[in-house]
Design a protein around this ligand. Structure first.
Ligand SMILES: NC(=O)c1ccc[n+]([C@@H]2O[C@H](COP(=O)([O-])OP(=O)(O)OC[C@H]3O[C@@H](n4cnc5c(N)ncnc54)[C@H](OP(=O)(O)O)[C@@H]3O)[C@@H](O)[C@H]2O)c1
Length: 381
């Protein structure tokens, strides 16, 4: 079987059919084969959410992986694979000793939380590594006004003088990411730099409760508040799709700047909610609340991954992904993301406290939901 598929692939390529593989079932096969060349990969980071998935795929493809961390964060997913990874200890703030006089083929900078950190590692590694992949964020597009969320959009790189104080943390993060992208390119040059700007990352190993909240909520069923219009667009990226694509970009030396957002079509809130619910089938009644003033008053404007209704966040779910798709990003179905996330959520990797807090904790939105629904019913009268 394998041989036949391989033959199909090489025949397809010979016939110039490569673009057809993008949507072909054979594409998946092509991606899980070992890479032609084994790479020495350095990951700055590696032990939180995205890193472990990059490691899993890289090892599966026959690469060697070193990670650089402070040794504080304990991996919660793919834990057994860490025996096969070289662990370098240091601190991006003030100790890069273990990275000196070493060579790798490529580096992935996941842990860049200060521009200075990326400037320093890029300078240190520029002669000892071929390619530098910087994990940025779609937050570089903040504030999300307007309609152009392609990679060509001009970025904010200094804090606007008139910034609203409540926006400053979001600006700071986006500006730090934008300047770190520039620092990467300044050292490695455009032909040796890869910049990936992920949207909201979801999937097994998530350290936030954003996506797990909605899985748990929809599985529980009953009256569920859905903020915003049914036809708003939803974007997210499964951590595995993102991690695997990043490794393939490095294997194929595909440089440039890419939005890492999915899915591959314009998914509405309605499709998203029903897509999640298809895995559960619990009795459910959606209460769609689309009045912006009511949402604001009840602090329902920031419930992700639904689009955030405030104008400066509206474009957050409208990032273009054509360039990334052309460079090999593909998307597993929502049902696979839901099922894998749920399996992990109910495994030993997640504490009972974390699981129960989502449902019953004092900060749980579920505790407020019935009260808000009553107010909404009064508001509509
Ligand atoms: N989650 C999202 O939805 C989202 C969306 C867009 C972009 N992003 C970006 O995606 C990236 C992925 O993050 P991740 O946390 O999942 O990556 P990761 O590679 O799995 O882990 C990050 C690592 O950084 C290490 N680290 C933290 N401070 C350090 C320091 N001072 N020196 C050395 N190492 C340090 C941590 O280990 P120690 O604690 O042991 O040092 C941890 O291993 C981030 O750049 C984030 O901004 C995330």
């Amino acid at each position: 079987m394998k041989k036949n598929r391989r033959e199909f692939l090489s025949n397809s390529l010979a016939l110039g059919l490569a673009p057809m593989l993008i949507d072909s079932p054979f594409r998946q096969f092509a991606m899980t084969e070992k890479s032609k060349k084994s790479l020495k990969i350095l990951i700055l980071g590696g032990t939180s959410f995205l890193g472990p998935h990059q490691i899993a795929y890289a090892l599966e493809r026959g690469h060697q992986v070193s990670i650089f961390t402070r040794g504080k964060t304990v991996p919660k997913i793919h834990t057994k694979l860490f025996d096969k990874v070289e662990k370098l200890v240091g601190d991006r703030e003030n100790n890069l000793e273990s990275l000196k006089k070493r060579t790798w083929d490529v580096v992935i900078d996941n842990s860049g939380r200060k521009t200075k950190w990326t400037e320093e590692t890029a300078k240190l590694l520029v002669d000892n590594v071929d390619l530098y992949l910087y994990t940025s964020s779609i937050s570089v597009y903040f504030p999300f006004h307007g309609a152009d969320f392609s990679e060509k959009r001009k970025l904010v790189t200094i804090m606007p003088k008139n910034a609203d104080p409540s926006d400053i943390p979001t600006y700071e993060y986006g500006i730090m990411k934008a300047n770190s992208e520039i620092a990467t390119i300044n050292s490695f040059g455009i032909n040796r730099s890869i910049i990936v700007r992920p949207t909201l990352i979801v999937g097994p190993g998530d350290r936030t409760d954003r996506f797990p909240y909605w899985l748990t909520r929809i599985e529980k069923g009953g009256d569920v508040i859905i903020p915003g219009s049914r036809n708003e667009v939803v974007q997210y990226i499964d951590v595995r799709d993102l991690a695997e694509w990043m490794i393939r970009l490095l294997e194929n030396k595909i440089t440039g700047t890419f939005n890492g957002s999915g899915p591959g079509f314009s998914m509405t809130t309605n499709a998203f909610v029903h897509g999640i619910h298809a895995s559960f089938n619990s009795p459910i009644n959606y209460i769609q609340i689309d009045d912006i003033n009511f949402l604001r008053k009840n602090q329902l404007t920031g419930i992700q991954p639904w689009v955030i209704q405030l104008p400066k966040y509206k474009g957050m779910s409208k990032t273009e992904n054509n360039k990334a798709i052309a460079a090999g990003l593909n998307f597993r179905p929502l049902s696979e993301t839901v099922q894998a996330t749920r399996k992990w959520w109910y495994s030993n990797a997640v504490s009972d406290d974390r699981r129960s807090n989502i449902l019953y904790g004092t900060k749980s939105f579920m505790n407020k939901e019935q009260g808000i629904i009553s107010q909404w019913n009064d508001f509509k009268k």
